[in-house]
Design a protein around this ligand. Structure first.
Ligand code: 5GP
Ligand code: ZN
Length: 121
């Protein structure tokens, strides 16, 4: 289930390029186009849900296990010191793309490296 007007659905359809970090039957994880820090990723469900409230519980239940996998990969490859898992719902909460997504944001002691040339491979 995709929405023709949704930028993340266009990414999932392959109509807009993105750097895919991880993929399974339910989710695609991509690099954020404007990373807050080195390794900032977004977990996208493959079906379109505008926010967490529209998402079925069985899909929602898989988000944190996916986030843990991605976070473990980032910790191992980037040696970050901490990781934010952030998820916005509604414009008032800062949501700008209305397709559910969870931010996975590595954090680094003494500042936040922004080297976007880092490769996930
Ligand atoms: P929100 O503010 O909705 O929680 O986060 C939306 C995120 O999507 C932002 O961090 C923004 O940089 C990212 N984003 C917006 N458009 C694109 C895009 O076309 N490609 C990728 N990879 N990220 C995008
Ligand atoms: Zn969508």
């Amino acid at each position: 289930m995709r929405d023709d007007n949704c930028i993340f659905c266009k990414i999932l359809n392959g109509d807009i390029p993105s750097r895919v970090v991880f993929e399974d039957a339910d989710f695609q994880v991509i690099m954020d186009a404007e990373p807050a820090t080195k390794g900032h990723c977004l977990i996208l469900p493959k079906d379109h849900y505008a926010n967490v409230f529209e998402m079925p519980d069985e899909v929602a239940a898989k988000v944190l296990p996916t986030a843990k996998k991605v976070a473990a990969h980032l910790k191992k490859t980037l040696h970050c010191d901490g990781i934010n898992l952030v998820q916005n719902n509604g414009e008032a909460a800062g949501q700008t793309v209305h397709h559910f997504h969870m931010h996975v944001i590595p954090r680094y002691e003494g500042g936040n490296a922004k080297d976007v040339t880092w490769s996930h491979s």
